[in-house]
Structure formats: C-alpha cells, structure tokens
Design a binder for this molecule. Structure first.
Ligand code: 0RQ
Length: 504
C-alpha cells in the first residue's frame, strides 16, 4: 500500500478496480469526482466500462446515470460513453465520445449551471444517487478525505450517495493538504440558508477535508495516475488580438474610474483565448490582481509566480503536463496562494456579485442584439455545455464574451442575425470581443447594439450581409425594438447546413 490510507477501517476495504466496479448495478446513478480533466477517478470507470461491455455482449441491459463536477477525461467520459451504457449525463462535458453519445441520441444530457448542480441533486431532481466514486490524495487517520486536484461536486455526492468508493491516487501531491476549503453550510436548502461569508477571493471559510460516513464506504482503490493535463495550443494571432482588446478595455475602465488599479477579481473561461488573456496580463501594467474563478490554468500559475496575481480561488486545476508537474513539486508553496472550493462556492452568485467579478468566457456565436450561444452548433448539436459561464456572466461586474469572428475556415460567421440557441441573454451580455474589435454594449438599446456589433466584431466578409439583414428586418418587422425578419433570421444557419457555408 502507498501509505496514503492511514485509517485502519479503510485499509480493510482496499480491493481491485474490477471487484469494486462489479458492485455497480444496472440502472444506478453514479456521482463521480472530476472537473475540467482533474481529480477524476482513473481506474474505476474503465473497469466499469469493461463490466458494462460484458453485460451488453450477453445481450443484457446495463445503463447508468453519470454525474460529475464538470468535464473529465477519456478514462471516464470516453470509456463509459463508448459502451453506450450512459443513460443520462450532467452537467458540463467536453469529451468527443460523450458528445457523440449525446448527439446520436444514445445518452440524455442535461446542461445545468455548475452552481445549480448541488441544490438540484439535493432536491432529488436527477433521481436517487446510488454511488459516489471520488478521487482522494489521502485518507487521514480519522477517516477524512483529503481531496485531490479538484473539489467540484464531491461534498454533495459523498453526502447523498448510498455507497461510496474512494480512489486514492498517489500521483497527487500530499502537499495539496491545506489548499482546499470545504464549506459545509453551503449544502443547506431554503429557508435554512445563511449568507456566504466570502468578502475577498482568498478568504478561507471551511475545513481542509471532506467528511465521509465510513459505513457507506464499500471499496477503496489505489492508483498512481496523472490527470488528463492536455497541453495548451500555442497562442495565435487571433487570440493575441482578442486578449489585446480585452486588456485595453480594462485599462480604459481603470481610467474612467469604474475599476480600481488592481482591477476586481478575474474569472476566465477555459481554452486558448483565456490563456492568451492571462499571458497578456503577465506583460501588462496591472499589479496585485486577484482571481475568483472556477479553473486554474497555466497562465494563472505564471501570474502567481510573477507576483502580479496575489491569490486565486477556484474549484479545480486545468493544467498542461509541465505545469501539473510544477504544481505537484511545489504544492506546499502554492497552497498559500490558491484556494480550491466546492463548485457551489467557487461559482456562487452571491460571492460573484458581492466582489464584482470580471467575467470573460468563450462563446460559439453572438447575435446582432447581444444574445450569446455558448453550447449549440446549428440548432440541435451539443458542443460542451454552459459550464460556469452563466454563473459568472449573470452575476459579474463586467461580463465579456470572446471568439474569433469566424469558424470552420471562414464558412461560419460567429456574429449572426439570430443565435441558434440562447445561453446568455442580451440582458446579461455586456461586452463582445473578436479579433476584429470590441463592442461595449452597456447602455445601448438593441438597434444601437446591432450596428456596433456588426461594425466592431463581425468579419469584413460578413459585415455587408449583416447590414443588409438589419435593413430587411427593419422593413419587415412588426415592431422596432428588436427588428427581425423571422422568415430569414435563422437563414444563415440553414444555408450552412444545406451548402456548407453561411456565405452568400
Ligand atoms: O470545433 O473542434 O470541431 O474544430 O467549436 O471552438 O474555437 O476551438 O474555441 O475551445 O475556446 O471553445 C464556446 C465551445 C469555445 C467553449 C466554447 C467550433 C469550432 C471548434 C471549439 P472543432 P474553438 P474554444 C469556464 C466557463 C462554455 C463553457 C464555459 C465552451 C469548437 O468556450 O465550452 O464558458 N464554453 N465555461 O470550430 C459552429 C460556430 C462555431 C463553431 C466555434 N459559430 N458555429 N461551430 N465552433 N464557433 C469553464 C467551465 O465551465 C468548466
């Protein structure tokens, strides 16, 4: 044994992943740890996938509900989705196999705001939780769980599941102990909720460990496996340009007196552009920054190293292999600057609103009036999910969305007459940014916004057609608040589906 299991009763429960997976029954709901590719169980899901395959080979029905914190990795979403044995999945996912199971109709998917997942599980809307499978860095002498590289939904799943399986992963640094902040009162439902006592991004309000009812623990598995940790794409010209507009915007907000010189706590989404923004901040003029976000990626760690960022609060890491090794080697140093919280705290509307978080997230497309689609491709297909973007956008001090102005080599305009699905309404979206420029929509009525969005953000190839649409809509509309020609508003998407391009 690795020495990570320090409680006698738990030592007696150590078994192979196969034996643990054999405890699962058809029709169960399983709550897994894991958030953006970190802190998910590494060997249990593949063992379970093999068991599901064996049942299917015998012609037997075997399907389970899979709940997580957010996206996981090929070893979890990929392995289980491939069996066709996932009946229902929630909340955020980004695995190609899982996406395919959703889009081919094999699996139901419910896309829930990450801060809503805890309360919805607690109220039983997703059904009964039969099993929680949670990765741990260690089990203490007292039988408490030291979380690993994500906290996500673990507190809720451990509290609600009938049975629990713990995967103790000795790849995770033992020095993560003390980085987590597990606040139990967040589980209370109305009318028993209390104010969330977070005033500053780095405030610690809870304990270091997850509590677990030892009687519910049916198996402990030992592993030594790295998190998914995919490297980031190299910064390209578009992401650098987008980051540049965003940083200029923040500088102007400081000059206008709407932001302090060290800004307000930053939230940044995942992906290439978010990382470019963080790289830009490294070279930029802002000092003593703080971050209240949901994932800590490489750029955030670089900012901490530079001293420009003093503290980062999140629920998970999403690091490249190199940055993950660095985190593992230096966790004792970083735990004074990083707080990992349950996702219903990291994404809590009250904290986000109180501190005035600056939200910046990626999108699929925006329309001329400022509605944003973060999740759907051409009306019916799911890309990833809303993740935490709604939690931060609705409640942030400034809410920004970023995207290149075109996708698929220019065949798709990311600025369209009408979005094919709405995740963030015109009432919540304040700033749109593409490599073409930035549209600050604050204080503008819809018709004023349309001109600004087209002129500042649309690709030159699509500007004229968009202006033509505005003219047509104003002629045909039944009202002049948000003029639309309903017969052609989604015509750009229809044209893409029929011809492979939105271009005329
Ligand atoms: O498809 O992979 O087939 O080439 O969408 O697009 O440009 O790689 O962008 O990785 O930044 O993702 C919105 C999906 C952007 C992400 C989204 C196609 C494009 C490509 C991905 P391919 P890019 P990114 C914090 C906050 C929601 C959750 C969120 C996301 C693929 O940012 O999931 O914000 N956001 N969470 O070709 C059709 C368009 C398109 C398009 C791009 N207009 N139409 N396809 N694509 N634009 C994190 C968490 O919550 C955990």
């Amino acid at each position: 044994m690795s020495g990570r299991i320090r409680n006698e009763a738990f030592k007696q429960k150590v078994m192979s992943a196969h034996d643990a997976a054999a405890l699962v029954e058809n029709g169960w709901n399983v709550g897994f740890s894991g958030f953006t590719g970190s802190g998910y169980p590494k060997v249990f899901p593949e063992a379970l996938a093999a068991i599901i395959d064996a049942h299917h080979a015998k012609g037997e029905e075997f399907r389970i509900g899979v709940w997580t914190g957010a996206s996981t990795a090929p070893e979890l979403d990929g392995a289980l989705a491939r069996t066709g044995g996932i009946s229902y999945r929630a909340p955020y996912q980004s695995d190609p196999e899982m996406r395919s199971a959703i889009n081919t109709g094999v699996s139901y998917y419910q896309d829930i705001h990450l801060s809503h997942m805890g309360p919805q599980v607690s109220q039983g809307f997703l059904g009964h939780l039969n099993l929680a499978v949670v990765e741990a860095t260690a089990i203490t002498e007292d039988g408490d769980i030291v979380p690993s590289s994500s906290v996500g939904m673990n507190r809720t799943y451990l509290d609600h599941a009938d049975k629990i399986i713990i995967e103790v992963n000795s790849w995770q640094s033992e020095d993560l102990f003390g980085m987590h902040d597990i606040y139990y009162p967040i589980g209370a439902l109305p009318p028993n909720r209390v104010p969330l006592p977070i005033q500053n991004a780095g405030d610690r309000i809870g304990g270091k460990v997850l509590k677990v009812d030892a009687d519910k623990v049916v198996a402990v598995i030992e592993t030594n496996s790295a998190d998914r940790n995919t490297p980031f794409k190299a910064l390209d010209d578009d992401s650098r340009a987008i980051a540049g507009y965003f940083l200029d915007f923040l500088g102007n907000e400081v000059k206008a007196g709407r932001l302090p010189e060290n800004l307000l706590p930053l939230q940044s989404g995942v992906g290439n552009i978010a990382n470019a923004v963080l790289a830009g901040l490294l070279e930029g003029p802002f000092e003593n920054l703080t971050s209240y976000t949901e994932v800590i990626q490489d750029g955030m760690v670089d900012l901490l190293d530079s001293g420009k960022l003093t503290v980062a609060s999140a629920t998970a890491f999403s690091l490249s292999p190199t940055a993950a090794e660095k985190m593992n080697d230096n966790a004792a140093h970083y735990r004074n600057k990083i707080v990992l919280r349950p996702q219903d705290v990291s994404n809590h509307p009250e904290a986000i609103r109180r501190m005035g978080v600056i939200a910046c997230n990626g999108m699929i497309e925006a329309d001329i009036y400022g509605n944003v689609n973060s999740t759907h491709v051409m009306g019916s297909r799911m890309q990833n999910g809303i993740g935490g973007s709604g939690d931060f956008t609705r409640n942030g001090w400034v809410s920004c969305f970023v995207t290149p102005s075109t996708a698929k080599g220019g065949a798709i305009s990311c600025i369209v007459p009408m979005v094919n699905h709405v995740d963030h309404t015109e009432h919540d979206v304040q700033v749109l940014i593409t490599e073409q420029g930035l549209a600050d929509l604050r204080g503008l009525a819809p018709r004023q916004r349309a001109i600004k969005v087209i002129e500042n953000c649309a690709h030159p190839d699509y500007r004229e057609p968009l202006l033509e649409y505005v003219k047509l809509a104003e002629k045909k509309a039944n009202g002049h608040h948000t003029p639309h020609d309903l017969a052609t508003a989604l015509g750009w998407h229809v044209r893409f589906l029929e011809t492979g391009t939105m271009a005329l």
